[in-house]
Design a protein around this ligand. Sequence first.
Ligand SMILES: [Zn+2]
Length: 425
Amino acid sequence: MNRLRDAIDDRRDQLVALTQDLIRIPTLNPPGRHYLDICEYLQARLSRQGWRCEMVRAAGSPGDSEAYPRWNIVARRQGARRGDCVHFNSHHDVVEVGNGWTRDPFGAQLDGDRIYGRGACDMKGGLAASIIAAEAFVATYPDHAGSIEISATADEESGGYGGVAYLAQQGAFAHVDHVIIPEPLHKDRICLGHRGVWWAEIETQGRIAHGSMPFLGDCAVRHMGAVLAEMEATLWPLLSGKHTEMPVIPEGARSSTLNINSLHGGATEQDPDYTGLPTPCVPDRCRIVIDRRFLIEENLTEVKAEVTALLERVKAQRPSFRYEVRDLFEVVPSMTDKDAPVVTTTARAIQNVLGREAGYVVSPGTYDQKHIDRIGKLKNCIAYGPGVLDLAHQPDEWIGVQDMLDSAKVMALVLEELLTGQPPG
Ligand SMILES: [Zn+2]
């Protein structure tokens, strides 16, 4: 059956135009700009074709305000008979532009096979590909079974609480059978899930005194130095020795990792244009924020206990050592079974479209699958979409048109198998 693939190829210009339109709506997060605009754009397009569109504001979620409301859209196309519900979820927010661009970040310039812009790859290209896939499928099989849903959701880049988490809490996934999240994981790979995350702030405490008589105070920065030395000596070696069966990419992330996101001690840093001198004080507080990524073989309790044990070892060495640990954010690992229906169907579609076996990967970071798994209670979920993951959040981010076409074909074939009972063509 090449009808469906032809229907995608016929929509090449539409796919380019749609991607450009989406990039030109600068949905920057933070603070959460133009969320309503992008949802209204999608509503106009899809409702014109008979999709039932629901606009959902995640009122009261983190970041939601009258100035920056957290808007989401869920569009639904009901088939002619009973059957499964296949849901494509994309986040519509993009990260800050940053420096180093040689193109207009919201110009969506088409140059050869590439469309440039912030969010091109992460993930407006994936959103556009899923829409074209669904539209081509519906045109080819107007009396398909089941239903198709396309959602565009807020705030994935800042945790997803004003987006997928909110929708999941409202029961938006209760009737859904299969979820594909078109994040840029490469068109020939299926992403089964992600590692876990624990962010915490560790504070060491001392006593302020005059800097000329430090022996009268207790330096929190020196205490933190001892914590860092203990991490070098024991924690990083321990973490790099833990390996996972999860197929995490890149390879280096197949071990547990820990990053120190920030370190601060002593007087507050002044603005760069401040011309005064600092004052002499012994720092009484020092804080670091740690970003610990953990494996499906680990659990969060033991991950936290490792850090507490480390701090207790330091305390045993330093009589005046005092510390506090504050949890900031946590996500448990998520990994869909390789024999789950959405995985096997997508793998067959990749084989059919690209003529090669699908690769299986797990993300080193985290994305909205966590909310679909934990809050939505739906395991049958993957990330699959066009684009080169490394380009995400970089200057001169781009998406390849051919990549989008190929992955749209894969998504359309998934719909064909799940909603028409036809073997993928
Ligand atoms: Zn993304």
